[in-house]
Design a protein around this ligand. Structure first.
Ligand code: C2E
Ligand code: MG
Ligand code: MG
Ligand code: MG
Length: 281
């Protein structure tokens, strides 16, 4: 059915705005040529240590440069995932991210933790442990500076090869984060199956922590759970100082959100980080 959707050339001449672009506007051919042209580009959103206020790291978030528009992942990931294009896209995002880590280092940024998102259900086809070993020879960064954020849109329960792949990444020294904690399949059961180092509380709870008593309790108990398990706790979706204060008071380790910055292109992130380091040192 996707193949029958309108091609770029048959789209209305007045281009829809970013927010009104939906998956059905894109054909598989659009995505394949975007991949071939290197048009799927990681942007970087800072993560802040809530206790010290220092820059902790950054999350790589992919954007599609489509003509003069920037398309957000929610509009193309479902097609990419349904068409097995997730493997070349993941590879491209990882390689570009490693390249940027080297150039940030050359620009004088201290080493930071870099998080990369993985769609767990498709991992067994990408030999990621081997791929990472090969890539780190070309881009010499320490595996302990890379965190893989595992997102589960379908259950991994019966997918032993994928569980093994993820475990092998941990054995190679990469860090593992359970993304979107509290939603979908990213739940307590996964903590028991995989050697996670970090829980990432979903922004749907963080953003409503001050207005919804249930969200507040979910955030507080997720932080408490992380403490009990001895893993790092990250809150995404911090938009206000009041929300930041609440997370600090709850004992959450790391914060991420528009309060600090949106995801930025690599060079803009580098500028942002150098400024931030000056302010926070
Ligand atoms: P995620 O991994 O949970 O990433 C966090 C999302 O929350 C990002 O959306 C980020 O821009 C957004 N966000 C962060 N702080 C705030 C805030 O303060 N307010 C609001 N309203 N939003 C905030 P984004 O970039 O649209 O990415 C959406 C999802 O797409 C990601 O959710 C992740 O699941 C997926 N994704 C992004 N990049 C990749 C990738 O390279 N590979 C894979 N497999 N998935 C990716
Ligand atoms: Mg993530
Ligand atoms: Mg998340
Ligand atoms: Mg999310």
């Amino acid at each position: 059915a996707l193949l029958q959707q309108p091609q770029a050339s048959t789209m209305p001449t007045s281009k829809p705005k970013q927010s009104s672009l939906h998956a059905q506007y894109f054909s598989i051919q659009d995505i394949e040529s975007g991949l071939a042209a290197g048009a799927f580009i990681p942007y970087f959103q800072p993560q802040i240590n809530l206790e010290s206020g220092l820059l902790h790291g950054v999350e790589a978030l992919v954007r599609w440069h489509y003509g003069c528009q920037i398309i957000m992942p929610d509009h193309f990931l479902p097609i990419i995932e349904s068409q097995q294009l997730i493997l070349p896209m993941t590879k491209s995002v990882i390689e570009q991210t490693l390249k940027q880590m080297i150039s940030w280092r050359e620009a004088g940024l201290p080493d930071i933790q870099v998080s990369i998102n993985l769609s767990a259900a498709y991992l067994n086809q990408l030999n990621l442990p081997q791929l990472m070993t090969d890539l780190l020879q070309e881009y010499p960064v320490n595996s302990s500076h890379i965190t893989f954020e595992i997102t589960e849109r379908i259950s991994l329960e019966s997918n032993q090869p994928t569980l093994d792949t993820i475990t092998r990444l941990r054995l190679k020294g990469f860090y593992l984060s359970l993304d979107d904690f509290g939603t979908g399949y990213s739940s307590l059961a996964q903590l028991d199956r995989l050697p996670f180092n970090e829980i990432k509380i979903d922004k749907s709870f963080v953003m409503h922590a001050l207005s919804s008593p249930i969200s507040r309790v979910i955030v507080e108990s997720s932080v408490a759970l992380a403490k009990q398990l001895g893993v790092r706790c990250v809150a995404e979706g911090i938009e206000s100082q009041a929300c930041e204060q609440f997370l600090k008071d709850s004992g959450c380790d790391i914060g991420q959100g528009y309060l600090y910055s949106r995801a930025l292109p690599s060079h803009a992130f580098q500028q942002w980080a150098l400024e931030y380091l000056k302010k926070s040192s």
